[in-house]
Design a protein around this ligand. Structure first.
Ligand code: NAP
Length: 283
């Protein structure tokens, strides 16, 4: 696995991490998901992304089980739900998440999306959590340039570390404004649903055939090509969710090799960046 500096921080984080949305379910499904998560850590995909929302807290419990005894190996990220994100509510939510995750600190704590509570209140709570050692870095999610800027301005003593947004081959709108903005501000961009949340281009489509052709040239798979392409920008990290060990193995092989200029040009043609600014896409 390849690691790089997470935005302005000195923390090195794996380019490819592990999403955990929808990890909860029947005992067999959960057992396999925990196995996949543990294998991911073995493979160096140590950035683990979760949220209090996932399975209503159940997924944080599963993550807690998966990382038990290995807390120091992972970069652990979770999120507060917007309706909990008041000054007091954010702090209470964080303590609940820590308990479910069986740890005393989060590496990254994010506002899941902007809701009714003023960003100033949430950021103030986040700063308090940093000062108490319960979280290391402050992040946001689903925020576009103006909202990221507002979050930055709301912070008095800390600096915003990251924005987690929808980013995949079919959704490249962030490359127009948000990605350059975050690069300038040294804010890490974390790509969620990098496979389109189950809508990965089919091998029957023209676009899918482009990926298959490139994959064949490198002895890789189309999904590995996609993750390699998305994380080629220096400030971008991706968190595909693999609920099966074989998927984790495939995803871990996405980086550490280079697409050629010709490959990149082919991908650019098949999956173009919109030719005008578009609102931030969300799932
Ligand atoms: P995704 O990662 O784009 O796609 C997940 C799907 O791809 C799952 O069905 C998974 O199947 C499958 N998959 C993974 N690796 C595969 C492989 N190598 N070959 C074939 N299929 C593969 O979708 P996502 O879960 O929506 O996004 C990833 C993570 O981003 C989430 O889990 C969550 O942590 C985060 N997220 C954040 C937000 C936000 O608002 N901040 C929103 C959405 C997602 P299996 O499970 O069977 O392996």
């Amino acid at each position: 696995m390849i690691f790089r500096k997470f935005g302005w921080t000195e923390q090195r984080v794996s380019l490819i991490g592990q999403g955990t949305w929808m990890m909860e379910g029947a005992p067999d499904h959960e057992r396999r998901a925990i196995e996949a998560l543990r294998l991911s850590i073995d493979l160096g995909m140590t950035h683990i992304d979760t949220a209090e929302m996932y399975g209503n807290g159940r997924v944080e419990e599963l993550v807690g089980e998966a990382i038990s005894g290995r807390r120091d190996e992972v970069f652990l990220a979770s999120k507060v739900l917007p309706f909990n994100a008041s000054f007091e509510g954010t702090q209470r939510a964080c303590v609940r998440s820590l308990k479910r995750l069986r740890t005393d600190r989060l590496d990254l704590y994010m506002l899941h999306w902007l809701g009714e509570h003023p960003i100033r209140e949430t950021m103030r709570a986040m700063e308090k959590l940093v000062s108490e050692g319960l979280i290391r870095f402050i992040g946001v999610s689903n925020l576009d340039v103006e909202e990221v800027s507002a979050a930055e301005n709301a912070l008095r003593n800390e600096r915003l570390a990251s924005d987690q947004v929808l980013y995949n081959l079919e959704e490249r709108g962030i490359e127009r404004r948000l990605l350059p903005y975050c690069a300038r501000r040294e804010i890490a961009l974390v790509a969620y649903s990098p496979f389109g949340h189950g809508k990965f281009p089919s091998s029957w489509s023209v676009e899918g055939r482009v990926l298959a052709l490139i994959a064949e040239r490198h002895g890789r798979t189309p999904r590995q090509v996609a993750l390699n392409f998305l994380t080629r920008h220096p400030g971008v990290f991706a968190i595909p969710k693999a609920g099966r060990p074989e998927h984790a193995i495939e995803n871990a092989g996405s980086v550490g090799w280079d697409l050629t200029d010709e490959d990149i040009a082919m991908i650019e043609r098949a999956f173009p960046v919109p030719d005008h600014d578009v609102p931030l896409a969300v799932l």
